[in-house]
Write a protein that binds this ligand. Structure first.
Ligand code: ADP
Ligand code: MG
Length: 619
């Protein structure tokens, strides 16, 4: 009987290896991006067509390859990163198996152009299914460009197994995010179907997170830092109040590599327990640095699962680090009742002394409970103005009494008048509009009325005005408001998907937005002349609010959109206003159904009575 065992041809061996290394376009993207990092690139471009089926191109300005290396890099087990088995225990690069390019080239059409720094001429290589079709000198910039076309052209089973373009693109974006998050100092640009999807300048980590996930993240992140002999932990966790209903941004990185580790995830979860509702998920971006000898990354070819030699200690250190961060943050929140949502709370520095609180702290106050927020929806569901003394008023009183700087008596008077059903507008007196208006501290509008001095908080008032104007548009079904220069708004793919489902709500509130395809939308008109504002940012805020709170009913959704848009678009405290703007705010505020409060329940005005004023001068 003749011998039957044969060596597999190299191309077949590569294809088999490819089955492990390249499961889908995203795996090729990961390998190619990681190679640019290992090559020391500072600028990286990723170009995708048809979710990577038609083209994946990665261009970098890294070290480039010599002519020989360019040829070698496609051989299996060809790597510049390790030489001996001992090197396996001190790996600092992302790749080291020397399998990625060989695998990719065995299942696609690859074009490589590369040039080393200082070389006159570069090298071009064209490979089809492991076979070199062309090898020639080429004029090309320093660095490397690899194009992978027609992925899996010779492996129909793989090709058929791929999901929709949307899903495959999502996988690619996941890989892109992971690499971009570890290297905020590297500038990345990503094109999808010839359009720029991400343009990330070299930045710090906070800026990078914000550039990837949206402006709102800036106010959500609390820094984590813990340095020990065994492991250094740094990064950010999301503030508990921004925990999401969907498993959102949860990232662990170990020595610059994205990792999945349910055990460590549990440590973070445990630190957040009791701070967030059971069905919510905290975001985190946590970076572990440890001696490579204490990690075994080799247990899985795609290397997202890793083992630590002493996971128990790392678990404990991680949990303590996150606990400590959250503890400090909550302490700051408890002491600061009137804290603005948009304010950034600086972390306490080690050894920093906390000032004793200037206000009485309610011992039953639970910082982990959501703040009882004033619900404007209570009004709109009935006749417009609340009829009898009920919860909202107590709520309002409570919130007012917390604001120590505002005298509470006149407000209580005002509330009692409200209670009697009298109309506030009348209280201002028939001639009141003749009194001049002043702006003080670039934040408050002051004028005289029959009863005393009227103080309007310009921001809270404008929020109220915009909020009611939008809802009114919705109720009257009138056509959208002022036409503006059409503006193109581009969103991340998941936000684009969410927005597409909300267009009708936006449109009934007077924003005319249409879908343009490819994550682009066009804003044609807005319900109110808002001048030049950041509409994109405002819409993003809405999407975040919706993601976090998942409103059930349609009416709630509309309210939430109007509320969030009003808050983002309103004139802010600190902005100097023209006389006619002061006038317009006063006039519009008192035409509102609920002039007293912003849609978030903050007082919009109060009156300091002449009586109280005169008391100040009595001895
Ligand atoms: P590994 O990264 O595991 O070494 P790869 O197959 O990904 O294996 O790459 C093989 C070799 O090709 C690398 O070791 C490196 O020397 C070279 N290489 C790959 N991509 C680049 C690049 N973008 N710039 C410079 N050299 C590269
Ligand atoms: Mg590699």
């Amino acid at each position: 009987m003749s011998d039957i065992i044969r060596m597999l041809p190299e191309s077949v061996a590569n294809q088999i290896a490819a089955g492990e290394v390249v499961q889908r376009p995203a795996s090729a993207v990961k390998e190619l991006l990681e190679n640019t990092i290992d090559a020391g690139a500072t600028e990286v471009k990723l170009v995708i067509k048809e979710a990577g089926r038609a083209l994946i191109q990665v261009i970098d300005n890294g070290c480039g390859m010599s002519e020989r290396d360019a040829r070698m890099c496609f051989e299996r087990h060809a790597t510049s990163k390790i030489q001996t088995a001992q090197d396996l225990f001190s790996i600092r690069t992302l790749g080291f198996r020397g399998e990625a390019l060989a695998s990719i080239a065995s299942v696609s059409h690859v074009e490589l152009r590369t040039k080393k720094a200082g070389d006159e001429i570069g090298t071009q290589l064209i490979i089809e299914g492991s076979e070199v079709m062309n090898h020639s000198p080429v004029n090309t910039p320093e660095g490397t460009s690899i194009s992978v076309k027609n992925l899996f052209y010779n492996v129909p089973a793989r090709r058929n197994f791929l999901k929709s373009n949307t899903s495959e693109l999502k996988y690619i974006l996941d890989e892109f995010n992971r690499v971009a998050l570890v290297h905020p100092d590297i500038a990345f640009k990503m094109y999808n179907q010839e359009k720029v999807m991400f343009q990330l300048p070299s930045a710090n980590l906070r800026q990078r997170i914000v550039a990837l996930f949206g402006q709102n993240y800036n106010q959500r992140l609390i820094p984590v830092e813990q340095f020990t002999n065994m492991v250094n932990i740094s990064g950010f966790v999301g503030k508990p109040e921004f925990a999401k209903k969907t498993r959102g941004e949860q990232f662990f990185f170990a020595n610059g590599r994205f990792i999945k580790n349910p055990y460590l995830h549990h440590a973070v979860e445990a630190a957040f327990r009791e701070l967030i509702p059971k069905d919510s998920f905290a975001s985190y971006f946590l970076y572990l640095e440890l001696d490579p000898a204490n990690i075994d990354v080799n247990i899985h070819p795609t290397k997202t699962e890793i083992n630590f030699t002493d996971s128990k200690s790392i678990y404990a250190i991680l949990q303590a680090a996150v606990r400590q961060t959250l503890g400090k943050y909550n302490l700051t929140t408890v002491l600061d009742f009137e804290q603005e949502q948009s304010m950034d709370i600086p972390p306490l520095k080690p050894g920093q002394v906390i000032r004793p609180p200037q206000i009485t702290v309610n011992p039953d106050y639970n910082p982990f409970e959501k703040k009882q927020e004033f619900q404007p929806s209570l009004y709109f569901e009935n006749t417009g103005r609340p009829s009898s003394g009920n919860a909202w008023r107590d709520n309002f009183r409570a919130s007012v009494n917390q604001a120590a700087s505002i005298p509470s008596a006149p407000l209580a008077d005002l509330l009692d008048k409200l209670n009697e059903g009298s109309d506030l507008r009348l209280d201002l007196g028939p001639d009141d509009s003749n009194h001049p208006l002043f702006q003080i501290a670039n934040s408050y509008i002051v004028t005289e009325t029959t009863n005393g001095l009227l103080f309007i908080d310009q921001q809270a008032a404008h929020e109220r005005i915009l909020f009611e104007e939008m809802l009114e548009k919705g109720e009257s079904g009138s056509s959208p408001g002022s036409g503006i220069m059409p503006e193109t708004l581009t969103f991340s793919p998941d936000n684009a998907l969410l927005l597409a489902g909300l267009l009708e709500d936006f449109n009934t509130l007077g924003f005319e937005i249409s879908e343009f395809g490819n994550n682009d939308f066009v804003l044609h008109s807005v319900p109110h002349d808002l001048g030049h504002t950041d509409f994109h940012g405002a819409v993003e805020q809405v999407l975040e609010a919706i993601k976090n709170e998942l409103p059930g009913k349609n009416a709630e959704k509309k309210q939430m959109i109007a509320k969030t848009m009003a808050r983002t678009l309103a004139i802010k405290r600190g902005k100097s206003l023209k006389q006619e703007e002061l006038e317009s705010i006063r006039q519009k505020l008192f035409s509102c159904k609920i002039p007293d409060l912003s849609p978030y329940g903050k007082p919009a005005f109060f009156v300091l009575s002449f009586e109280d004023l005169s008391k100040k001068f009595k001895t």
